[in-house]
Design a protein around this ligand. Structure first.
Ligand code: AMP
Ligand code: MG
Length: 340
């Protein structure tokens, strides 16, 4: 994994390679704000290394509950665990909790919004490519068979009930975003107004740093261990999706974990990563996955049409959209800043 560190001496941004399969590419660059140290926890859940921190007198109690809550969400939402409630839903068992049905309903709305670039029914394809387990290149006939059962249009959801009609759900594209939202809600319930969470490529920035400064969030350089940019944000979530997060190489070709639900193959994107800034973590998470699938031109058009605050990164360009340029405080010289 990659951990972003601001050295106290030089103030320079470093990305330290910690060597795990799943990348953590955000961390609050918020060491000892105003001399106050935050309460902190780190743990592994949702297939990623998670770091949470909070300030104030209720911080410890809040973090303990946030940790427990994240584990609960993993048990609710993992498509790959036999014990999860999502697995029960996929196996046709009812009833399911209102919480799961709500989130599944939200996933369908986001699939609709993105024209199916984000599609929560990709599970048969994810399993085929082995991204939850052993990765391999499937045969075309296997992909064709899996595609028969993929397509959010087959789902029916009325808020109280979801009918799968032969599909199976994978909420991996929004689970961390939902966890980020729950982190924010729990902070409010505990009276914590300054907290930060990093769930792999998903960040929740609650309030601001003590002393009134914004949280500084690093956007990983997809081509190196460094940073492409640093964002300054308050009270929002930031999600990045990129093909470099999880992939394998076969006969010289790279196959990554973000799938194009139309072709059944890893998305042939001309983007190296897509970052979305949105107060809803669930929305930011789904949209970053979707923008990556869409590729540069469609993603630019989509963000302009829907006022999505986003940063797209190509081989040599960094493209802020819908006001994202105002959040950027540093940018790597490897990228040309494109004003759209
Ligand atoms: P993220 O890392 O947030 O971009 O989400 C990637 C995860 O979402 C993958 O590991 C899959 O479980 C799932 N996924 C892959 N492709 C898609 C897609 N096009 N739409 C929705 N979920 C996807
Ligand atoms: Mg996502």
């Amino acid at each position: 994994m990659v951990k972003l560190i601001k050295t106290k001496k030089s103030g320079k941004l470093l990305a330290k390679n910690c060597g795990a399969a799943c990348l953590v590419f955000f961390l609050a660059l918020a060491l000892a704000a105003c001399g106050i140290s935050p309460a902190e926890r780190d743990f592994f859940a949702m297939d990623t290394y998670i770091e949470i921190q909070a300030y104030g007198k209720n911080a410890e109690g809040f973090l303990t509950e946030a940790n427990t809550e994240t584990i609960r969400l993993e048990n609710l939402l993992s498509a790959h665990s036999e014990k999860s409630e999502l697995n029960a839903l996929n196996s046709g068992k009812t009833p399911n909790s209102p919480e799961l049905l709500n989130l599944a309903g939200e996933a369908v709305s986001l699939a609709d919004l993105t024209g199916g670039a984000f599609d929560p029914t990709v599970l048969p394809l994810v399993e085929l490519w082995g991204f939850g387990d052993e990765m391999r290149v499937p045969k075309q006939s296997e992909i064709d068979a899996a595609l028969e059962t993929v397509g959010y249009g087959k789902l029916r959801s009325d808020g109280n009930k979801i009918t799968l009609n032969g599909t199976r759900l994978d909420l991996g594209g929004i689970a961390k975003g939902y966890a980020a939202d729950r982190f924010g809600l729990l902070a409010a319930q505990h009276g914590v107004d300054s907290a930060f969470a990093s769930f792999g490529g998903m960040v929740a920035a609650v309030g601001q740093k003590p002393g009134g400064k914004p949280w500084r969030v690093g956007v990983k350089d997809p081509r190196s261990d460094g940073l492409a940019a640093v964002l300054e944000v308050r009270d929002t979530c930031v999600s990045t999706s990129g093909g470099y997060e999880r992939y394998f190489t076969h006969e010289g070709k790279i196959y990554h974990h973000i799938l194009d639900p139309k072709t059944g193959y890893p998305a042939e994107s001309d983007l190296l990563s897509a970052t979305v800034v949105d107060p809803s973590g669930t929305r930011a998470d789904a949209l970053s996955t979707a923008l990556y699938v869409m590729g540069k031109d469609r993603a630019i058009e989509f963000c302009k049409e829907n006022q999505i605050c986003a940063i797209l990164i190509t081989e040599n360009e960094l493209i802020p959209l819908s006001g994202a340029d105002r959040l950027i405080s540093e940018i790597s010289q490897s990228y040309e800043l494109i004003k759209e």
